[in-house]
Design a protein around this ligand. Structure first.
Ligand SMILES: [Zn+2]
Length: 287
């Protein structure tokens, strides 16, 4: 059942069913079953074009053909595979893929949470316009459990699915453990990806453990190196943190000031107030 809710899985299932139906009708020719019967998994196919028809050159210019030719046309399935790769590389789990603006309820929540949702929405709509500028990021901070991750995940999903923009998800605590794994074996490789990816989503920056913030020097250095690179190269960040801006400044002033500059048009701070807690809302409704 889980598979059905995954849109890519649903499309793949449909394609498989299609190719199965296709192979059943062509048993006589003993053609193998392809994922895409249209291009036979080649990613494209030749199209015959007659003299007098128009064609597009590589530079986008349109010309009229003087002779009959065969043209290679990219298949729709290639586009779909590209999207599939994006989803895998973003490391956003199946559970996360379900998070959208639509299923983020604002009924009965703190007005700041409503504001946060509308800011997230505005950010997504402004993305194409601002992505190349310094002020191209969004930061949702403060009160844990009020839906910051949900909204930034919704933005990630929209970017991946509707704009084919690669997003890398970096959950701060686990991500840092990943960097440190096997004596920092893959640290440089991971950090290069974090620097170069189109959009980097840092979830729960400086996440406190047991109520205490504990940022090791190598952790501060690593995250600063990534953020500073993205700052200098105008590469968008989606950032959530349960700390206040003051706390973040106290931990790392250089990092926080860069984040704040990048996200200055899209920063929302949720006050630390238990009644804002989105996950606990149901509990308060009963009181
Ligand atoms: Zn195809």
């Amino acid at each position: 059942m889980q598979k059905l809710s995954d849109p890519m899985a649903a499309i793949m299932d449909k394609l498989k069913a299609k190719s199965q139906a296709f192979s059943e009708t062509t048993v006589a020719t003993e053609e193998p079953a392809y994922n895409c019967p249209k291009c036979k998994d080649e990613g494209g196919y030749l199209v015959r074009k007659k003299a007098g028809e128009t064609t597009l050159l590589q530079n986008g210019a349109e010309v009229i053909l003087q002779y009959d030719t065969e043209e290679w046309q990219k298949c729709e399935c290639a586009k779909m595979r590209q999207l599939n790769r994006l989803i895998k590389s973003s490391a956003i789990t199946e559970e996360f893929q379900k998070m959208s603006f639509k299923n983020f309820t604002t009924e009965g929540v703190h007005p700041k949470v409503v504001e946060m949702k509308s800011k997230a929405n505005q950010y997504f709509r402004a993305f194409d316009e601002i992505k190349g500028y310094r002020q191209n990021s969004i930061m949702l901070i403060g009160q844990p459990g009020c839906g910051k991750t949900h909204l930034l995940t919704a933005i990630s999903n929209y970017l991946i699915h509707t704009k084919q923009v690669p997003v890398l998800y970096f959950p701060y605590k686990d991500g840092m453990n990943n960097l440190a794994a096997n004596n920092f074996e893959r640290k440089n490789e991971i950090m290069d990806r974090m620097k170069e990816i189109d959009v980097l989503f840092i979830d729960d920056l400086f996440k406190p453990i047991g109520g205490k913030v504990d940022v090791k020097p190598w952790q501060a250095e690593s995250i600063f190196e990534v953020v500073n690179y993205r700052y200098l190269n105008n590469k968008p960040l989606l950032v959530s943190s349960e700390l206040s801006l003051d706390d973040m400044l106290y931990i790392d002033e250089a990092l926080t000031s860069r984040l704040f500059e990048m996200a200055q048009d899209f920063t929302v701070t949720i006050p630390k107030d238990m009644k804002v807690n989105y996950r606990l809302r149901k509990v308060f409704e009963n009181k």
